[in-house]
Design a protein around this ligand. Structure first.
Ligand SMILES: [Zn+2]
Length: 91
């Protein structure tokens, strides 16, 4: 079974990238805005500081998710920058 990468678009630079290399922010219908979890409208962001700053400055994630995002979410995002770990250990 070969799996082709699932491509998602970064909200800051608009590049299509493998979902594994992006941070996922979801507006969960119950829990509000969460990272890498939840069900609902999602937005993706590259794991690099320029995209993070672009998203922060221009409120790209807020616009994509159509809601406010608490600064704690941005703090969590920032901690996960530059960590493009391939979490697929099954291969
Ligand atoms: Zn980007």
């Amino acid at each position: 079974m070969s799996q082709s990468p699932i491509l998602r678009r970064c909200v800051a630079c608009k590049k299509l990238l493998d979902r594994k290399c992006l941070l996922k922010v979801t507006r969960d219908f119950q829990n509000g805005v969460v990272l890498s979890a939840g069900m609902g409208r999602s937005a993706y962001l590259c794991r690099n500081e320029s995209c993070f700053e672009e998203a922060l400055k221009r409120k790209r994630l807020q616009k994509a998710l159509r809601c406010d995002i608490h600064s704690s979410v941005f703090n969590m995002l920032q901690k996960q920058l530059n960590t493009c770990i391939d979490s697929d250990t099954e291969a």
